[in-house]
Design a protein around this ligand. Structure first.
Ligand code: FRU
Length: 497
């Protein structure tokens, strides 16, 4: 009897020890080539800024739980956008509220006056969400605040006159993305408010004036507009502006999604003649994505690789969520319209352990992917139906390819492992082909719990997550009509020690 009691007492302890004995970053479901926090809850990327050779990524973070809670800004840094190091929390909630999403800029000419001793200030601009005001049913509980750093992002001082932009009486009033507008020597803030985007300007990041609104009668309106970004591009010698608008719910595949608009910004107002609704990613798991500031003409985008529809219920234990692979963002003109393009950053090459080129796909039959992490690259001449199946010994699999009938790319996660946490999770997602070229270049990036597909230079991009019992280490491929030629399969090393 004592023995049975002892077993009862010891068993939970043993389970606890075995879970905690798993080395950090190598637990079940832990992405190996994507950033995820060591522990705790993470959502949106925030404060993306490049300074002196370092990419800073702050993120919505609740360190005390694996579900959303009082938001902090977590902090991670990378020299190459592939290997990340998590640093101490940068911003803690305070008397004004939680620290919601926002951005960071290098205030080169010290417009804010925060610079001291010849040091250039970094300024973070973020939403403060007051949970008490929300509970009381007020309509002014989200306001914009700023903080600055004089040691390249290591430590932050909150401005003593926060908030700098007070709520005019809008329930949703958040996620400031700030950019320098050199033509008028002023800062432009792009802000989400309900299902509108508001533009504000400022000479010094401390005083803000409303310029205009955008969004009536255009785009998807099935949920709140969140985390916008206004990004200038030069296409065929012409300046074109991309306005990224995340939306939740009401995304293309249900839950969270990223729509965008392409047009002109004149320092006051964004306008467009293209009234179609466009999506930057046709999968389910790329949300709240924005670009790094201070990267010159290179535009680099990263998103939260999850979806509010089930993000708080996915079956990881010590942490929740990862970011997408950082992507080079572009704009391409096609039939007089502009579309976003995306491709994984070149630094992904650093992870290549070994590459094998298969003359044609019929020779890819139960090919082992030892690590369960791979990048596939190939071109389908005169595009026709094809599919790649990534599976494991437990009989689970994810399939990705192209359907000729639907003229769409697809990711099928119906048999990809645990899905009981959400009735809508185990589904197939289709992403319309936008390109009309004959040939189609494809890049797929597989990690333990995600697949990212970039077709036609990312004109159609898809990101899906899944939770197999073991990583997918077997590759099979098939195609209609004729075999796909020259498929390059690169196995990728883990970014974690
Ligand atoms: C988007 C979002 C933002 C908000 C943050 C809160 O995922 O809802 O609008 O600032 O998350 O964590």
């Amino acid at each position: 009897m004592y023995c049975r009691i002892a077993v009862r007492l010891i068993a939970p302890l043993l389970i606890f020890l075995s879970v905690s004995a798993q080395p950090v970053y190598h637990e079940p479901y832990r992405p190996q080539i994507h950033f995820s926090p060591q522990t705790g809850w993470m959502n949106d990327p925030n404060g993306l800024v490049y300074v002196d050779g370092t990419y800073h990524m702050f993120f919505q973070y609740f360190p005390d739980s694996t579900v959303w809670g009082p938001m902090h800004w977590g902090h991670a840094v990378s020299k190459d956008l592939v290997h990340w190091k998590q640093l101490p929390i940068a911003l803690y909630p305070d008397s004004i509220g939680y620290i919601f999403s926002g951005s960071a800029v290098v205030d080169e000419s010290n417009t804010s006056g925060f610079g001291a001793g010849g040091k250039t200030p970094l300024v973070a601009i973020y939403t403060q969400h007051d949970p008490k005001g929300e509970k009381q049913g007020t309509n002014h509980f989200q306001n914009q605040s700023i903080a600055y750093s004089l040691d390249r992002g290591s430590s932050w001082t909150k401005f003593n006159r926060n908030p700098v932009l007070s709520n005019p009486g809008l329930k949703d009033f958040r996620d400031p993305k700030v950019n320098w507008y050199p033509e008028d020597k002023k800062w432009i803030m792009t802000l989400a408010a309900g299902d509108r985007i508001l533009f504000y300007s400022s000479p010094d990041l401390k005083t803000w004036n409303k310029e205009s609104e955008f969004g009536a009668g255009i785009g998807a309106h099935g949920g709140a507009w969140e985390c916008p970004d206004l990004v200038p591009f030069t296409v065929e010698g012409k300046k074109i502006w991309l306005l990224i608008v995340n939306i939740n719910p009401g995304g293309l595949q249900g839950g969270s999604g990223t729509q965008y608009f392409v047009g002109n910004f004149d320092g006051h107002q964004f306008s467009t003649t293209d009234t179609s609704t466009k999506w930057a990613d046709y999968g389910t798991d790329d949300y709240a994505g924005i670009t790094w500031s201070n990267t010159g003409s290179d535009k680099i985008f990263i998103g939260w690789m999850s979806n509010w529809q089930y993000g708080t219920r996915v079956p990881t234990t010590k942490w929740r969520s990862a970011m997408t692979i950082p992507r080079v963002l572009g704009l391409q003109k096609m039939n007089n319209k502009y579309y976003t393009t995306m491709r994984p950053v070149d630094a992904l090459d650093k992870l290549v352990e070994k590459s094998t080129s298969y003359k044609h796909v019929s020779s890819i039959d139960n090919t082992p992917l030892t690590s369960g992490r791979a990048r596939l690259e190939f071109t389908v001449d005169d595009l026709y139906a094809f599919s790649f199946v990534f599976s494991n010994a437990a009989g689970q699999y994810v399939t990705a390819g192209y359907s000729e009938e639907k003229n769409s790319f697809f990711i099928d996660r119906t048999h990809a492992g645990v899905s009981s946490f959400d009735p809508g999770f185990a589904t197939i997602h289709y992403g319309s082909r936008i390109s009309t070229s004959k040939n189609c270049r494809i890049i797929m990036v597989l990690d333990n719990t995600s697949l990212e597909l970039f077709a036609d230079d990312g004109l159609t991009t898809m990101t899906d997550i899944f939770f197999p019992d073991q990583p997918f280490t077997i590759l099979q491929a098939g195609s209609s009509r004729k075999p796909v030629e020259d498929v390059k399969v690169s196995e990728l090393s883990s970014i974690w020690p």
